[in-house]
Every structure is written in structure tokens, then in C-alpha cells.
Design a binder for this molecule. Structure first.
Ligand code: FES
Length: 176
């Protein structure tokens, strides 16, 4: 191999190695930009819906927000009869019916309290009230509780994932 062509070959080889090195560092940089697997998983909360008791309101957490989970009693279901707005917010998992909502008042964001004896929610900040299905029964809240994205998977509810039931609620204006 002549001196010139050897230099040319070495130059190309070096260029190829340098190119691979650059791709390698880009991959490394991209990896460092991507969220850690635990952070990605933190966007979801899986609830086992078989553990809740009828009429007992439980506050879960999703993305730092309180999530109200209320397994409805037969009386609550009866109250919803003839009220399509309330029925449209019902989330059915297996044979059970739930109110699941972001537990923040849609007025100014206080956390309303569940009143077990009345089966409704009272926001102490300005007196707003919500029914067991999450609809406003007393202003000033401008709308019912917002419903978080959810996907039903057997007995489980995956918060943070959009399933067909949630999509239908969005499409029908049941939640924002
Ligand atoms: S924040 Fe709930 S009524 Fe004002």
C-alpha cells in the first residue's frame, strides 16, 4: 500500500470509529434524557377494585392528586335512576359501581369532605356541594368533579391510561 492510500484508509477507518463513537454518545445522551423507568411508572396508579366497601369513601393518590373512590350503595344507585347525567359518570367494574374522581373542588381547588351520613361531599371553602356521583348540588363549583383518565382491566383500574369507557366520557362531555 502506498503511503498516500494508507493515510486515506487510516483516515476513513478513524472517521468510521469516530462516527460510531459519536452515535454511541448520542445514544448515551438520549438515555440520560429519558425518564427513569420508575418515573414513567409513577404516571400510573393501579387500583384493585375488589377491596373497596360499599358507601366507604377512600382517597387514593395519582400524580400527586387526591382521587376519590366511592363504591356505590344500592341506595346511591337508586338515587341515580332517572338522572342520566349522574348515570353517565358511573364507572362499572365487574358487578360493582363506582364514583371515581379527582378529589379537588372545581371552584378553587379545595379538597371537599365526604359526609357519610348524607352520602355527599361538602367543600368547606365556600360551601360548594357535590352528590355521590360527583355532580354539583350547590354552587359555586362550576362543574362536577373531574374524572381522571382510567382503563378497566378485569378487577383492576389503571389510573393514567385512557380506556374506551374514559374516552367515551370525554367524547360525551361528561368530564373535561
Ligand atoms: S373551593 Fe370549593 S366551594 Fe370554593
Amino acid at each position: 500500500m502506498k503511503e498516500n492510500s494508507r493515510r486515506g484508509f487510516m483516515g476513513k477507518a478513524f472517521g468510521a470509529v469516530a462516527g460510531l463513537g459519536a452515535i454511541g454518545s448520542l445514544v448515551a445522551m438520549k438515555k440520560s434524557w429519558d425518564p427513569l423507568p420508575s418515573v414513567k411508572a409513577a404516571g400510573f396508579t393501579t387500583l384493585d377494585m375488589s377491596i373497596y366497601e360499599e358507601g366507604v369513601m377512600v382517597t387514593e393518590k395519582w400524580r400527586g392528586k387526591p382521587i376519590f373512590v366511592l363504591k356505590k350503595t344500592p341506595e346511591m344507585m337508586k338515587d341515580e335512576e332517572g338522572n342520566p347525567e349522574a348515570q353517565a359518570r358511573n364507572i362499572k367494574v365487574g358487578n360493582d359501581n363506582f364514583m371515581i374522581a379527582i378529589g379537588l373542588c372545581t371552584h378553587l381547588g379545595c379538597i371537599p369532605a365526604f359526609r357519610k351520613d348524607k352520602g355527599d361531599f361538602l367543600c368547606a371553602c365556600h360551601g360548594g356541594m357535590f352528590s355521590a356521583s360527583g355532580l354539583v348540588t350547590k354552587v359555586p363549583p362550576p362543574r362536577g368533579f373531574d374524572i381522571p383518565p382510567f382503563k378497566i382491566d378485569g378487577n383492576k383500574l389503571l389510573l393514567g391510561e385512557v380506556g374506551p369507557e374514559y374516552q367515551a366520557m370525554k367524547d360525551n362531555g361528561v368530564t373535561l
